[in-house]
Ligand binder design. Structure first.
Ligand code: AQP
Length: 329
């Protein structure tokens, strides 16, 4: 079976709709057809300051959400990044292959560092290289991500290619797996910006009170005019709501547009609030159940880490040998 790898940061207590529709929904589907590795990337999380207690809690909450959203630990390997030290080890090797200018071109770093008030750490700068290590360790064929990660995937491919050219074929060049329709979910208050946990205005969180989400959806910025049509360029607000509605309900955008012919934005928003509530309520219940038994959750993650290390250990050993490191015995 072809292999996939993807990761998500435990930087917030709750995932948001963009994370779910852009990435995790694909993770759930791909575990049926692929040898899937999914990780909660806590090493990435500390690229910005974290309270240790909160980080620990958020890492468990992230794992609980993945399970509640449908990741099956018997089909997919679910683990925490810091449990597999090979990620940091290969990350270092790849850092030594990356040009300073090349890393400086990453637009996400530019955005994130510009937004940050605290001092910007070197880790934030090199995080795409660690991400390359995450992917290459598992020789993943595909990496399911949202559109915002495309540039990092290109860097990963460049680094794999460079390593292979310099030291001999070691890594597979991975492909981004981006589902066009939901590749970028937009902020409900600013439908030209991506929904993002760093700018928490129009963000729908999976674990917040559903009444709050419904209210956010009701007060989403829509466009002038009254007609409900799909037109991302001229009607980004309504189009974003239609994309979300379609993904959550399994109905096509065309079908929804036809159905709302003659109705107003208010009807669409009210119904979407209900669709979201129906989707998220059982997810919230399951998360609470998983979190009620952290020892069991930790056991699932330990088993995942063991499986991940079997693969990652072999790849790292091969890479270390190619680089010219002495065998450790
Ligand atoms: N708005 C989005 N639309 C579609 N996909 C999205 N993803 C994130 N936002 C959207 C995808 O979610 C996955 C996990 O993302 P992450 O853990 O790397 O978090 P992130 O990209 O840091 O998420 P945020 O909310 O965007 O945080 P900040 O503001 O810190 O950058 C990825 O596959 C991502 O593409």
């Amino acid at each position: 079976r072809p292999r996939v790898l993807s990761g998500i940061q435990p930087t917030a207590g709750s995932f948001h709709l963009g994370n779910y529709l852009g990435a995790i929904r694909q993770w759930v589907a791909l575990q049926e057809t692929h040898d899937a590795f999914y990780c909660v990337v806590d090493l990435h999380a500390i690229t910005v300051e974290q309270d240790p207690k909160v980080l620990r809690q958020n890492t468990r909450t992230s794992a609980a959400q993945l399970l509640a959203l449908g990741i099956d630990p018997d089909s997919a390997t679910l683990f925490v990044q810091s449990h597999v030290p090979e990620h940091a080890q290969l990350g270092w090797v790849l850092q030594c292959l990356t040009g300073f200018g090349e890393a400086s071109r990453m637009t996400q770093f530019k955005d994130k560092s510009a937004r940050q008030e605290a001092q910007v750490g070197v880790g934030l700068f090199t995080y795409p290289i660690l991400q390359a290590a995450d992917i290459l360790l598992y020789n993943a064929h595909h990496v399911p991500v949202g559109e915002d990660q495309r540039q990092h995937l290109e860097l990963t491919r460049d680094l794999a290619q460079r390593f292979n050219t310099r030291y001999g074929k070691t890594f597979r060049l991975p492909e981004a797996y981006i589902v066009k329709d939901t590749a970028k979910i937009y902020d409900l208050q600013d439908p030209t910006a991506k929904m993002s946990k760093s700018v928490p205005t129009g963000v729908v969180e999976l674990l917040e009170d559903v009444k709050r989400s419904a209210k956010k959806i009701r007060s989403a910025v829509t466009d002038t005019g009254r007609e409900i049509t799909y037109d991302p360029e001229h009607k980004p607000g309504v189009s974003n709501l239609l994309v979300i509605y379609s993904a959550l309900s399994g109905r096509t955008v065309e079908d929804l547009v036809a159905d709302y012919d003659g109705k107003g934005y208010g009807d669409l928003k009210k119904d979407l609030g209900e669709v979201f509530t129906e989707f998220v309520t059982p997810v919230q219940e399951k998360v609470a159940t998983y979190l009620a038994d952290p020892a069991e959750l930790d056991k699932v993650l330990a088993k995942g880490a063991e499986r991940a290390r079997e693969v990652a250990g072999k790849t790292l050993a091969r890479a270390y040998d190619k680089v010219g490191f002495l065998p450790s015995g």
